[in-house]
Write a protein that binds this ligand. Structure first.
Ligand SMILES: O=C(O)C1=C[C@@H](OP(=O)(O)O)[C@@H](O)[C@H](O)C1
Ligand SMILES: C=C(OP(=O)(O)O)C(=O)O
Length: 450
């Protein structure tokens, strides 16, 4: 879990070219789902390339608490002996999901129709995030939730003993909400239907099909209609987790802004529901190429090659692309500082309910570093100063948010003065090897202030 220990101040300063190969860890979204779905079938699921970040480790602990046997075999190899759909045991203690919205919301879905009771909590960040978006649709199955004011953790969920299937139109673009409803639908008899107006990451749908569930996805005038047949017997799988495009974003963006850089980031999943940042960077004029494009485990994958790009221009990022790059706006806003002109980001209200209010956290930090930022409820604009012209020289609060901490560390690699964060410890939630990996490329990130 992050943010429970001593804060780790971190500083990043201008460095020579970043060069070499950046092997980023496994995908966080797919790692959570591998453990949860593995726990929901009878038999052994084998996983390679699991992200061993705090968020995923907390999900592994939770699956043990619900009765699955989760074993770390070393070197990113894990196995899960599952208990079957509807087979979760009632946990003896409180389920602490640490910093992870994905972990808590998907696990709530998975236990919601099993007739057991579980108590959930998390760190200060997670306890401030809205859970009603998940407990409202789960109530339609018959699940009861009692939490703090505003639907916040800590929260008790009493699972539905006789769940009914549900038809639910997801009111916010959220793969976590969609996934929670689908996982709950697994143990309800009959068909559960989830409709999303905007496509969000589709790992749950793809993986459910892989585990043998009967699931159908159709694009209609109403949106993406996902129909799941309840009470399947899921079949254990061998899963090779691809590398995380959201982690790849950091070495890629750093290479684009540090003079002379040339970095290869191999084996990155380019599922269209995740790859919006790379499309955006290319539209800005980034020298970012896809090499060795291939299909792995049913997903498009490529090696990304990012080179220093001093002539990038600000663009308008279309709101329809927001879901496919929702976690990448903090680091995109850093790249925008090194481009010329305005980068306009619209339709991004969801950024306000992540580990922190990411528009507010980035706007304050960027302004302190000499950048002009305008913002509204669901949009913000960053006025770039162009390569070499970004002042920097600020210490920013990371607010228990790994992506805020890493974004400002990337900024410091190319700004005139160093950038510091008050606490870099949250980085281990998603990217535990961020510091050694960036150092290996030539970055100067140190654990000290100023
Ligand atoms: O389903 C997932 O794995 C995730 C969905 C997104 O959250 P929302 O569903 O809240 O948009 C994303 O921000 C998060 O990092 C991972
Ligand atoms: C939003 C994120 O994660 P989560 O919602 O799982 O905490 C993220 O990793 O950027």
């Amino acid at each position: 879990m992050s943010g429970h220990g001593t804060p780790v101040p971190m500083t990043s300063r201008a460095c020579g070219p970043l060069t070499g190969v950046a092997e980023v860890p496994g995908d966080k979204s797919i790692s959570h789902r591998s453990l949860i779905l593995g726990a929901m079938c009878v038999g052994e699921t084998r996983i390679t390339g699991l992200l061993e970040g705090d968020d995923v480790l907390d999900t592994a602990k939770a699956m043990r608490a619900f009765g699955a046997t989760v074993t770390d075999h070393g070197g990113g190899e894990w196995s899960v002996q599952g208990v079957g759909v509807g087979g979760f045991a009632e946990p003896a203690g409180v389920i602490d999901c640490g910093n992870s919205g994905t972990g808590v919301r998907l696990i709530m879905g998975a236990m919601a129709t099993t007739g057991i009771t579980a108590i959930f909590t998390g760190d200060a960040s997670l306890c401030s995030r809205p859970m009603g978006r998940v407990t409202d649709p789960l109530a339609l199955f018959g699940t009861r939730a009692v939490g703090r004011e505003g639907g916040r953790l800590p929260m008790t969920l009493v699972g539905a003993a006789d769940p009914v299937p549900v038809r639910y139109v997801v009111p916010v673009p959220s793969a976590q909400v969609k996934s929670a409803v689908l996982l709950a639908g697994l143990n309800a008899p009959g068909q559960t239907v989830v409709i999303e107006k905007e496509a969000t990451r589709d790992h749950t749908e793809r993986m459910l099909a892989g585990f043998g569930a009967e699931i159908d996805v159709e694009d209609t005038d109403e949106g993406r209609v996902i129909t799941l047949q309840g009470q399947p017997e899921l079949q254990p799988q061998q899963i090779a987790v691809p590398r995380d495009p959201s982690s790849a974003a950091f070495p890629v963006c750093a290479a684009l802004i540090v003079p002379g850089s040339d970095v290869l980031v191999p084996g990155i999943g380019l599922n269209p529901t995740r790859a919006g940042l790379f499309t955006t960077l290319r539209e800005m004029g980034a020298d970012l190429t896809y090499e060795n494009e291939r299909i792995e485990g049913g997903e498009p994958v490529a090696d990304l090659r990012a080179r220093y790009s001093p002539d990038m221009k600000g663009i308008s990022v279309p709101p329809a692309r927001a879901a496919s790059m929702i976690d990448e706006y903090p680091v995109l806003s850093v790249v925008a500082c090194f481009a010329t002109g305005v980068t306009d980001m619209q339709g991004v209200r969801e950024l306000r309910v992540k580990e922190s209010d990411r528009i507010d956290a980035m706007a304050k930090g960027l302004r302190a570093a000499g950048i002009d930022v305008a913002e509204g409820d669901d949009w913000w604009q960053v006025t770039g100063l162009g390569a070499g012209n970004v002042p920097g020289g600020a210490t920013v609060e990371s607010r228990l948010d790994h992506r805020i901490a890493m974004a400002f560390m990337v900024m410091g690699m190319a700004s005139q003065k160093p950038m510091s964060v008050d606490d870099g410890s949250p980085i281990t939630t998603s990217f535990p090897i961020f510091e050694p990996l960036m150092a290996q490329l030539g970055a100067q990130v140190s654990r000290a202030n100023g």
